[in-house]
Ligand binder design. Sequence first.
Ligand code: COA
Length: 359
Amino acid sequence: MSLSDDFRPGLEGVVAFETEIAEPDREGGSLRYRGVDIEELVGHVPFEKVWGLLVDESLEPGLPASYCELPVRTGGHMSDLQAALAVFSGRWGLKQLIDIDDKQARDDLARLSSATLSIVAQSARGDAAPVAEEEVMKGQTAAERFLLAWRGDVDERHAKAIDTYWICTAEHGLNASTFTARIVASTAADSGAVLASAVGALSGPLHGGAPARVLPMLDAVAKTGDAEKWVRDSLGRGERIMGFGHRIYRAEDPRSRVLRRTAEELGSPRVEVAHALEKAAHEAIAERHPDHSYTNVEFWSAVVLDVAEVPPSLAPAMFACSRTAGWSAHVLDQKRTGRLIRPSARYVGPGERSLAEAG
Ligand code: COA
């Protein structure tokens, strides 16, 4: 096969790694972490144990509980997290992946992952005085500690919404941020640099930022009271409907199913308008792009996070909290391969010419 035949825009369908962590099944039937269906995990084990399943292949010991102070307040939740991860890697003296064994790398990733939950909660708390560490550590689960650090109390419905969301979004194969984590890990940078880079990739609306745009969309639809018209107007303006379409799935995303059910069980007041928009957008997008007409994880995530009163601006950082699991598992996989990731680009620019010609 010639080099030009190999070119796949967006690397679609290119197999770059083999993995035993998880991989979505394209027809949308199910999503399994290390072979275990997420349907079996949600409501049975908390997120911190799922982190263990993905990273250590074992529920125990799972992600350790910890409390870290927010080192820098930047004005944005994702930038607070990115800055904090960079600060911790320097402050904690994290060594580069090439200089440490797998056990040390795992422990660094666990420490950073646990710190991520603490940092995002404190970033969400804004300028209010931080909740004391001993109060936060009274929480029984990572979701409860998150709520304590953020708001100083725990509403069990909110904790269930966050825990379910975190489990459903903990890992999803080779998406853009996980690929980023693997690329940076392949250079043997330290784990703080790796996770900070992954957070940057996740901050874009085509990957992790869509839930932040779903709620305003639901509000707009509720205001007009006519989901079909709203969808046609948006598509007519050439806009994408956020929370629909996926590079992998050609049918319903199994995470959508779990999250939709959770939104219904938790009695979200937005369920009705979300159903109306889901139906209208599915039908309208299917006319031109049937492969992109199903909701992706971010649509119902937005509704579930809303149950926990997570503001849209915080949604990408909530995603970063859960994805520390998938990122960490892939970083350890990548470390074991020891192979630098370095794809090629086909040069299609001007032929050789003088500086004067380039003028
Ligand atoms: N609404 C309307 N049209 C959509 C769409 C959406 N949500 N998603 C894809 N399409 C259309 C595109 O406009 C494009 O049409 P065109 O060929 O006429 O230009 C076609 O479907 C293919 O889109 P493309 O961006 O090439 O496909 P992809 O596989 O790269 O897209 C996503 C995957 C997720 C980036 C895309 O579906 C999207 O932008 N969704 C909205 C953002 C979102 O929800 N992101 C969260 C992902 S978990």
